[in-house]
Design a protein around this ligand. Structure first.
Ligand code: ADP
Ligand code: MG
Length: 490
């Protein structure tokens, strides 16, 4: 990756970044209760007695959440800890009825791992490995809403007790771009694994952004932590802002204090929330209501067997086995929905047409979806229809131009390409008799240009091709037109 530097009055500064990502575990029920986790329900309709912390209620670990955390760890090539434990993190807040959050401080379920990022999608030599420190499981808190007129505060406990994975990176990133690439890659892996939907707008994934600056090669500087940043763009902007702010402070003779900050998206700046001196003492201790988590070999084997092909492996296979260009392989594997869609096209048209199919998806389909403002999930054409269109191009029934026309009609009507071709007579013709007849007409109508061409104006060849194609309403096979025209003019 090209190195990112801040140019200060005293020289160049390097940025050091570590991210703590909270990812909501995909699970129908909460971490320690059977209440639903569905997004968008009426406030306080998904709250069990455990989530409301009624006296005497006991938490019961949800095996599915544990399984998802383990699968995620495996996908990040991380060490899985067969023995882990839940701790209580004690603090008082109105969105936390228990008065503590159940988390894992001392013995997390997943240890060290790593993620490979590419600065440049098209270039494997831009790869860099970012270390993962740990992943632990913890409960989410409820949500407070404040009303000014009159001044009331409301609490919604639907999120209370929802399982989160906290994925902590090492301080290995050195630029906003690397942090952006890391978050996108992590989100892609979580979505492939199916352990988190990665939906940052709905709060399923958010990051605490740790930033410090130093002179290149010096010891790490003091970091600040900007809490709960909820989009890739904001994470990158918060790093940029915070690094420049720290350089200004240091060059002005000040010190960076270790503190928690907030990102203000409207002002595009970070603001101090509390300093280290005001930091909570969470008085962590092992939760006496819960036994340690012990993972059996069978459970681990099942978790590993359930992992799908992951994005890096898929990208490499698309290049080496399917023969796709690095660009197409990277674009098609960046998101699991796109990869599944593309593979459904291959199921229909056959892997021998993978190259043609990859070009069609990345240019024609993506172009159309862009124009329509749709995502591939609600593509107006199905993978099977796309496969049929690609087959009709591969077998010569449709020229490139005709395929584009047929695709436009598919987008408008939802019809199958075969039916469109039949109904509208859009087949490409290689009938040399018919094409020769049209060529003769074109040459007769443009005798001056024929003379010019024969006199050496080679460029006019394109004009004759265009006239012939036009007269044949785009249905002539371009290769045949070229060949017959050369003969007629030669
Ligand atoms: P804590 O437990 O106090 O939150 P950690 O040592 O676990 O602290 O680090 C939390 C996050 O801060 C990690 O993602 C880590 O990579 C990052 N981090 C640690 N030191 C620095 C630093 N000097 N600059 C930037 N990020 C850092
Ligand atoms: Mg922290």
């Amino acid at each position: 990756m090209s190195s990112y530097r801040i140019h200060g009055a005293t020289g160049e500064w390097e940025v050091v970044i570590g991210l703590e990502v909270h990812a909501q575990v995909t699970s129908a029920a909460k971490l320690f209760s059977g209440a639903s986790t569905e997004f968008g329900a009426e406030p306080n309709t998904q709250v069990s007695l455990v989530d409301a912390a009624m006296p005497g209620m006991l938490p019961v670990p949800n095996a599915e959440c544990i399984r998802q955390a383990v699968r995620t760890g495996m996908a990040l090539e991380a060490r899985i800890n067969p023995w882990s434990r839940f701790d209580r993190k004690n603090y008082f807040y109105a969105d936390l009825p228990q008065g503590y959050q159940i988390s894992q401080l001392y013995h997390p379920i997943v240890g060290e791992g790593e993620i490979e990022i590419l600065a440049d999608d098209k270039d494997e030599s831009s790869a860099k490995r970012i270390g993962i420190e740990r992943i632990h499981l913890e409960q989410d808190a409820g949500k407070l809403m404040h009303d000014q007129h009159p001044s009331f505060s409301y609490v919604d406990l639907n999120r209370s007790g929802v399982a989160l994975m906290e994925i902590v990176s090492k301080p290995d990133m050195r630029s906003p771009e690397e942090a952006g690439a890391y978050i996108r890659k992590l989100r892609a892996i979580l979505r492939y694994v199916g352990s988190c939907d990665g939906n940052m707008e709905q709060g399923s994934m958010r990051a605490d952004v740790n930033v410090s600056v130093r002179k290149p090669g010096a010891e790490f500087g003091t970091r600040t932590e900007t809490k709960n940043v909820n989009s890739v763009r904001f994470i990158m902007a918060a790093i940029e802002y915070e690094a420049n702010r720290q350089v200004d402070v240091l060059e002005g003779g000040g010190n960076i204090v270790q503190e928690t900050r907030l990102w203000d998206p409207d002002k595009a700046e970070t603001r101090s929330l509390r300093s280290k001196e005001e930091a909570h003492d969470y008085r962590y201790f092992p939760d006496p209501d819960l036994l340690p988590v012990e993972l059996t070999d069978d459970f681990l084997t099942d978790c590993r067997a359930s992992l799908p092909e992951l994005p890096d492996a898929k990208r490499r296979r698309y290049e080496s086995v399917l023969g796709l260009t690095p660009y197409n392989a990277s674009v098609l594997t960046a998101d699991v929905t796109t990869a599944r869609w593309f593979e459904a096209v291959l199921d229909s048209v056959g892997e021998e047409h993978a190259g043609r199919a990859s070009n069609w998806v990345t240019s024609e389909l993506f172009g159309a979806l862009n124009r329509l403002g749709r995502s591939i999930e609600d593509s107006p054409v199905s993978p099977a229809q796309a496969g049929e269109l690609i087959r009709l191009t591969a077998d010569g029934t449709l020229s490139g131009t005709l395929a584009k026309q047929v695709f436009e009609i598919m987008l408008e009507t939802g019809q199958d390409p075969g039916a469109i071709v039949e109904e509208r007579g859009l087949k490409q013709t290689s009938d040399t008799g018919a094409i020769d007849k049209v060529i003769a007409d074109v040459l007769a109508a443009n005798q001056d240009k024929v003379a010019d061409y024969r006199g050496g104006k080679d460029k006019l060849f394109g004009f004759f091709v265009g006239q012939t194609m036009k007269a044949m309403q785009g249905k002539a096979n371009p290769a045949v037109v070229n060949e017959l025209l050369k003969k007629a003019l030669g």
